[in-house]
Design a protein around this ligand. Structure first.
Ligand code: NAP
Length: 332
């Protein structure tokens, strides 16, 4: 709770004598970085990157740090005329939670250039059920459609389907009328994935390239891939003529070995998806679509696990092991 002295709770990552330390601490307003917009955070969320920051100290550019790459809340104070007290806002991306105090905190202070007004059609809670994972899934869907994907083209593959990006991608695509094939390492989650709208569920081992074949049977009219590595190799070799794969992650590996053949023999597109430096004009467009035609149909208990700051360390470790299903919302 924020008290009368304006002290508040936050998760702090620090490095002392080369040892990293992650703890819930009481901070004061003076501990926050200099910036224009001060926000009472209502919700944050847990993404794979948060695990990488908090547990492995990857992506961290300064200590001490409040992790949390997502936040949504209400403006308490603004030195920028674009925002006034009481505005509901979202902040994700840039250096939030990697080089600037982030969302695992009851209060945050951020540059005005990073702040997105809460779009029509979303509550603060829904915006953080989506968070960076949902934003990235929507960015990938839009890129595929910008490259001519239509529901009548055939099945769309979503890899890492029970994860954050995967779950929301499955649901958005199903809502838009696509036939979604969901690939997962968790076959006991068939019912969950069907509930999100997947037509077919396959084991992730079926979409791993084990023999470096450049081309195989044409299967997918498109793919969203948060997994990378040998999964991406397989996807590129099985896309239909002229189809596209949207690559957004690396939970299965960062390195890939492929050939030019999918591109020069089948005209397939390998699309890169980046949420962090996405320009503000496009960012606003995607958030507005997330409150409108790309809004998931399901924000159910199956997809969302709500936790407090105290429960965060356990989830941050679990997400790195691929053990988290759907989205974890952090209530502040
Ligand atoms: N480009 C961007 O701007 C951007 C934005 C957001 C996220 N990302 C990246 O996208 C990826 C997913 O993020 P997320 O927050 O959705 O993570 P997440 O919730 O942990 O989901 C990742 C899913 O990948 C699958 N997976 C995990 N380990 C795997 C392995 N060793 N081999 C194959 N599959 C594995 C699991 O799904 P199943 O058990 O269902 O197979 C897991 O649930 C991460 O690499 C993240 O850094 C990038």
């Amino acid at each position: 709770m924020v008290n009368k002295m304006n002290n508040f709770q936050a998760m702090v990552l620090d490095k002392v004598n080369d040892q990293s330390k992650l703890e819930i601490k009481q901070l004061s307003m003076d501990d926050l970085p200099e910036a224009e917009v001060t926000i009472r955070v209502a919700y944050s969320s847990v993404n794979f990157k948060d695990g990488a920051v908090a547990i492995q100290n990857n992506f961290v550019t300064s200590y001490p740090l409040v992790p949390g790459i997502d936040l949504a809340g209400t403006v308490l104070d603004s030195k920028d005329e674009r925002f006034t007290i009481g505005d509901e806002v979202i902040v994700t991306s840039y250096k939030l939670g990697t080089g600037h105090f982030g969302g695992f905190s009851e209060i945050a202070r951020v540059p005005a250039e990073w702040v997105v007004p809460l779009p029509k059609g979303l509550s603060l809670k829904e915006s953080m059920i989506l968070g960076t994972a949902g934003f990235t899934a929507a960015l990938a869907v839009q890129r595929l459609e910008d490259n001519d994907l239509e529901p009548s083209d055939g099945p769309i593959l979503v890899a890492g389907a029970t994860g954050g990006v995967g779950s929301i991608a499955v649901n958005i695509l199903a809502k838009k009328g696509y036939d979604v094939v969901a690939s997962t390492g968790k076959l006991d989650q068939e019912e969950y994935l069907q509930g999100l709208g997947a037509k077919q569920i396959i084991h992730r081992n079926e979409i791993i390239d084990s023999d470096n074949k450049p081309l195989r049977e044409e299967k997918w009219a498109g793919a969203i891939d948060p997994v990378g590595g040998k999964t991406l190799q397989y996807i590129l070799s099985t896309l239909k003529y002229g189809a596209s794969a949207a690559t957004c992650g690396f939970t299965g590996g960062t390195e890939i070995s492929t050939t030019v053949f999918p591109h020069i023999s089948r005209g397939v597109n390998w699309l890169g998806i980046d949420s962090v430096e996405c320009p503000m004009e496009k960012r606003l467009e995607i958030w507005n679509r997330l409150g409108n035609d790309l809004k998931p149909t399901t924000f159910t208990e199956e997809m969302v696990n709500e936790i407090s700051l105290k429960e965060l360390p356990e989830v941050l470790a679990a997400i790195l092991e691929g053990k988290v299903r759907g989205r974890t919302l952090v209530k502040l």
